[in-house]
Design a protein around this ligand. Structure first.
Ligand code: 4NP
Length: 159
């Protein structure tokens, strides 16, 4: 059997968006019977929250949709760790730039909303940290809306 694809979702702090992306996409892979093909994780480009829990607002949204973030502990992604993953999924353009600067190859780097439209402009999953709960609800729906297309890409579009 092929080795699982190791996917990391990346945001800035690894407490709001990327942990939610991890559980949303894993949940969708489980629903589709694809979970055994993947190892999902998440990380932040910043170091402020290393070892910390998911933001309470992200945890609450996850719980509202039947997902669990209680086990999440934030980690930072750094150049020395890149070999731990096969694919990198950035939440926004800044995260993408940070990953490229770290040495992630452009062929292994996707945006979370990569497949949402045919336009060349790929939208961000905006950082909800400084806003209210609506930003977290919006983030959840953006993640959910993009989960299947990402999974399809990984299972069909890659070797
Ligand atoms: P995230 O949100 O990148 O979606 O986890 C943030 C969390 C923390 C900070 C910024 C964004 N911060 O500046 O501490």
């Amino acid at each position: 059997m092929a080795k699982p694809m190791r996917i990391v979702f990346v945001c800035l702090g690894n407490i709001c968006r990327s942990p939610l992306a991890e559980v949303v996409v894993r949940g969708q892979a489980e629903k589709r019977g694809l979970a055994h093909q993947f190892e999902f994780s998440s990380a932040g480009t910043g170091d402020w929250h290393i070892g910390g829990l998911a933001d309470a607002r992200s945890a609450a949204i996850a719980q509202q949709y039947g997902l669990d973030l209680s086990q999440h502990r934030a980690q930072q992604i750094t150049a020395s760790k890149l070999s731990q993953w096969d694919w990198f999924v950035a939440m926004d353009a800044d995260n993408r730039e940070s990953l490229l600067a770290m040495g992630v190859s452009v062929e292994r780097l996707l945006m979370m909303r990569q497949f949402e439209s045919d336009s060349d402009m790929i939208a961000d999953v905006p950082d909800p940290y400084y806003g209210g709960v609506h930003g977290f609800e919006d983030a959840y729906h953006m993640l959910k809306a993009n989960a299947d297309a990402l999974l399809d890409y990984f299972i069909k579009g890659t070797d």
